[in-house]
Design a protein around this ligand. Structure first.
Ligand code: HEM
Length: 241
C-alpha cells in the first residue's frame, strides 16, 4: 500500500501580516501616499533652499555640498531612505490611480461636485502625469548632476567637488533651462494638489480649514517651483556665474 500525502483541496491561504493588510487597505494607501508625499515635499523644499546658496557664491554652494558629502555613511543612509520613499510613493500612487480607473472605466466625462465645494482641478486630475514626468526627470537629473562630471576645486586648502561649476556649465545652455522650466511647472502643479491632499489623507483637515490649506498649497507649490526656477534663469542670463 502506498502511503502518499495528498494536499487538501481549497486549503485556506495563510493570513496576511498586519503590515501587508495595512498596505493593501484603502486607508493604508492614503496614509502611505500622504506621509511619503509630505516627506518628499520637505526634501524638495530643503533642496530648493540649498540651491539658492549659489546666488551667494560658488564657495557657499560647494561648502554646503561638501558638508553633505562629509556625512559619509550617514548620507548613504539618507539617500537609501529617500529612494525607498520615492519608490513607495510612486508605487502606491500608481495603484490608487489604477483602482480609480477600474472603478470608472468610462473615465470622467464631466467633473461634478458631490454636493460640497469641489477641489477638483487640472492639477488633481494630472497627478499621474506630473508624477510620472517627475520620475523620469529624476533619473536624468541624477545622471546630470549627482553622477555628472566630477570637477574639483579647493576649499580652505582641501580638495572638494566643484558642483557649482557643473551647475553653472549646464544652465548656460538654453535646452537645459527650458527643459528644467517645463518640469518645474509640473512639479509646482503636483505640489499644489499633493500638499493639501496629503494633509487630508492623514486626517488633518476639516471643512473649516480646508479652503485655507488648499490656497496655501497653491502658494507653496508655486513658491517652490519659482525658487527652483530662479537659478537656471539667473545663470542663463549671466546674473550668476
Ligand atoms: C534648478 C533645479 C535644480 C538644481 C540646480 C538641482 C541641483 C542638484 C545637484 C547639483 C545635485 C547633486 C548634489 C550632490 O551630489 O551633492 C542634485 C541632487 C538631487 N536632486 Fe536636484 N536640483 C534641481 C531640482 C531638483 C528637483 C525639482 C528635484 C526633485 C523633484 C531634485 C531632486 C534631487 C535628488 C533626489 C538629488 C539626489 C540627492 C542625493 O542623493 O543626495 N532636484 N540636484
Amino acid at each position: 500500500m502506498t502511503n502518499t500525502l495528498k494536499a487538501p483541496l481549497n486549503q485556506p491561504e495563510a493570513p496576511a501580516s498586519p503590515l501587508l493588510r495595512f498596505y493593501r487597505s484603502s486607508l493604508g494607501k492614503k496614509l502611505i501616499t500622504g506621509a511619503t508625499g509630505l516627506a518628499l515635499a520637505t526634501f524638495v523644499l530643503v533642496h530648493m533652499a540649498g540651491n539658492l546658496l549659489l546666488f551667494q557664491s560658488r564657495e557657499a554652494y560647494n561648502t554646503y555640498a561638501h558638508h553633505l558629502a562629509s556625512l559619509g555613511i550617514g548620507l548613504y543612509a539618507i539617500e537609501l531612505v529617500l529612494l525607498a520613499v520615492v519608490v513607495l510613493h510612486a508605487a502606491v500612487g500608481i495603484e490608487i490611480f489604477w483602482r480609480k480607473r477600474q472603478a470608472r472605466p468610462q473615465g470622467y466625462s464631466a467633473y461634478q461636485s458631490a454636493g460640497g465645494p469641489s477641489y477638483q482641478s487640472l492639477s488633481s486630475r494630472a497627478m499621474i502625469v506630473t508624477g510620472s514626468v517627475m520620475a523620469v526627470f529624476l533619473v536624468a537629473h541624477l545622471l546630470t548632476f549627482k553622477f555628472g562630471t566630477y570637477y574639483t576645486t579647493e576649499l580652505g586648502g582641501e580638495p572638494v567637488r566643484d558642483l557649482a561649476r557643473l551647475v553653472v556649465e549646464k544652465f548656460q545652455h538654453l535646452p537645459y533651462v527650458v527643459g528644467y522650466s517645463a518640469v518645474l511647472v509640473l512639479l509646482g502643479s503636483h505640489l499644489r494638489h499633493g500638499l493639501w491632499s496629503a494633509l487630508q489623507s492623514i486626517g488633518l483637515l476639516n471643512a473649516g480649514v480646508r479652503p485655507l490649506v488648499v490656497g496655501a498649497s497653491g502658494v507653496l507649490g508655486g513658491g517652490i517651483a519659482i525658487g527652483f526656477l530662479l537659478l537656471p534663469w539667473a545663470i542663463y542670463l549671466g546674473l550668476v556665474s
